[in-house]
Design a protein around this ligand. Structure first.
Ligand SMILES: Cc1ncc(COP(=O)(O)O)c(C=O)c1O
Length: 437
């Protein structure tokens, strides 16, 4: 029997359930830059929740918009029906995307956005008479959520090995992480543009006419903040163009100001054919994912279809009214408060703070771009990930929420942060790290 407040029923995602339930750390409230823990402690959020609360927590404008709509239109289907907020959210979002990516498909999470994007890529190739292009290419150390499509193109063994054979016809390029050449690079690392040529190897192996799309995170987050080397994304774009392969950027964490612009595509000056989005789209107040699609890709699928439904794909909650409202309000907050510009203004100060940890005990690399920081620690001999996990727990107890992945501390604070918060984050880490074995 489950008792009230019994912790056993909730099977927690991506969690050491036994460890957590033996020593739970609960969050009960959130406002602006802080969580409040169950013990009443204020915890500075250096991770924007899970890279998703870009505008800060519980922002009144977003909260009020959601409250208002739930009493007016709690739910409306978007299969063969519509509601105005869905169209407005799509139009507003299209304005933030690189030019030409102005057709928007809605989902409910990053994982669903990724699977939708992969399906759109396959449907496009078929619609334009290139139905032999069925292969999907990802990259080692890529994270694209947890759907079967996402884990198939993803490159994290731990997320794949429990789940059988996954999608067929998937291959992976090499990742770009190279501590030997790029350790402590500030911003984009200088070395590694040539790693994009690994796509040529895959094309040579399988034939371009079997490849539908390539998907990469412009900045890989979940595998520890891997910043693209100078010229790498441009080269990937060129190779895709040469072989007529669609390029998908998974911008679930990089969009909405994280790198100081609406998208990493804009920041890095490389325009993909499809962008996947989620997280900061609604400031995480209501789950939502989206796929921004180049108009020609959309028009090919829709225009070439027989009369009737053009794409046999969608979710009960695609463009849910609460999510659509939250997205519109969130985009207003970004615009009116100039949060993307604020991120750019703070980028140098942030970079200095990230790199101030060079020389601190255990630190073997510091990486930064926009308001993203990665601090790589030397793994404890024979016990990889344990040192970083201890940092996570000890920092939390000290009033600081960081995220750890492997032995890397990943930082992605809400974009409303000020210099004093940056000082606090890195001051606490500089004090904490030397005390950890
Ligand atoms: C790049 C990327 N893609 C997809 C996802 C999956 O998003 P969700 O957890 O909303 O399904 C994430 C989540 O962290 C992500 O970082």
């Amino acid at each position: 029997m489950t008792e009230p407040n019994d912790l056993s029923a909730f099977w927690m995602p991506f969690t050491d359930n036994r460890g957590f339930k033996a020593n739970p750390r609960m969050l009960v409230a959130a406002k602006d830059m802080h969580y409040t823990s169950a013990s009443g402690q204020q915890v500075l959020d250096a991770t924007g929740g899970l890279w998703c609360v870009n505008a800060g927590h519980s922002r009144p404008r977003i909260v009020e918009a959601i409250r208002a709509i739930v009493g007016q239109l709690d739910y409306a289907p978007t299969f063969q029906l519509g509601h105005p907020l869905a169209f407005e959210a799509a139009s507003q979002l299209a304005l933030l995307m690189p030019q030409g990516l102005d057709r928007i498909f809605f989902a409910n999470s990053g994982s669903e956005a990724v699977d939708s994007a992969l399906k759109i890529a396959l449907a496009y190739q078929r619609a334009r008479g290139q139905g032999s292009r069925t292969r999907l290419i990802g990259r080692e150390r890529g994270y694209h959520g947890v759907g079967f499509g996402g884990i198939s193109v993803g490159g994290i063994v731990g997320n794949r090995r429990q789940f059988g054979t996954l999608l067929t016809g998937v291959d992976h390029m090499r990742h770009t992480h190279d501590l030997a050449r790029n350790a402590f690079a500030r911003g984009m690392p200088q070395h590694g543009a040539e790693l994009a040529d690994d796509l040529e190897r895959i094309v040579a192996l399988h034939g371009a006419d079997t490849i539908a799309a390539v998907i990469v995170e412009p900045v890989a987050g979940s595998t520890g903040v891997l910043i693209p080397p100078v010229g790498y994304l441009q080269r990937l774009r060129e190779i895709c163009d040469r072989h007529d392969i669609l390029l998908i950027f998974d911008e679930v964490i990089t969009a909405f100001g994280r790198v100081g612009r609406a998208t990493a595509a804009e920041r890095f000056g490389v325009t993909p054919d499809i962008i996947t989005l989620a997280k900061g789209l609604t400031n995480a107040a209501v789950p939502m994912g989206a796929v921004a699609v180049r108009r020609e890709v959309h028009d090919t699928i829709v225009g070439n279809a027989a009369p009737g439904i053009e794409l046999f794909h969608g979710y009960t909650y695609s463009a849910h009214p609460l999510a659509a409202t939250a997205a519109i309000a969130t985009m207003e907050v970004y615009r009116e408060e100039g949060l993307f510009e604020h991120a750019i203004e703070l980028e140098d100060y942030w970079a200095d703070a990230v790199h101030s940890l060079k020389g601190v005990r255990h630190v073997i690399d510091c990486r930064n771009i926009g308001l993203i920081g990665g601090i790589e620690l030397e793994p404890r001999p024979g016990a990889p990930t344990k040192r970083a996990m201890e940092v996570f727990h000890r920092a939390f107890d000290d009033g600081l929420l960081v995220r750890v992945t492997g032995d890397i501390i990943a930082l992605s604070p809400p974009l409303i942060l000020e210099k004093s918060h940056i000082d606090e984050i890195f001051g606490k880490l500089a004090n904490l790290l030397p005390t950890i074995d």
